[in-house]
Design a protein. Sequence first.
Length: 144
Amino acid sequence: MKIKEIHFKDTFPVRHSVLRQGKPIETCFFDGDDSDTTTHFGLFDQENCVGVASIYKNKNTIFNNNEQYQLRGMAVLEEFQKKGLGEQLVMHAENYIRLTQGELLWFNARVAAVPFYERLSYQKIGSSFDIPDVGPHFLMAKEF
């Protein structure tokens, strides 16, 4: 398995399969995907992209840190889940943020994914909330 930087459009097949199944492919484009301050990573099994994660330089006013990044579109194809690959993607993103002098990584985690992120030392912030057409989430974060 290898992780490398990819174009935002290359995230769509994995995002669609895992995060937007049954919805139009257009729903796989997230605000900021095409920004110069956004970086997309793909996890490859041979030549096949089996996991993706996107890092946006994005400030959440809940936090006081100056250098904040947001994780979005984190997904691993179902047949590759539960093999530590998601953890590899998150660790890669964390290393990238440390190299850019980032102070905090935050994201909205689906309720089912909360235990995964808690194992990686992320903290839930506040109560759960609903994202329309997606479902309940928790704000989670980790400082560096």
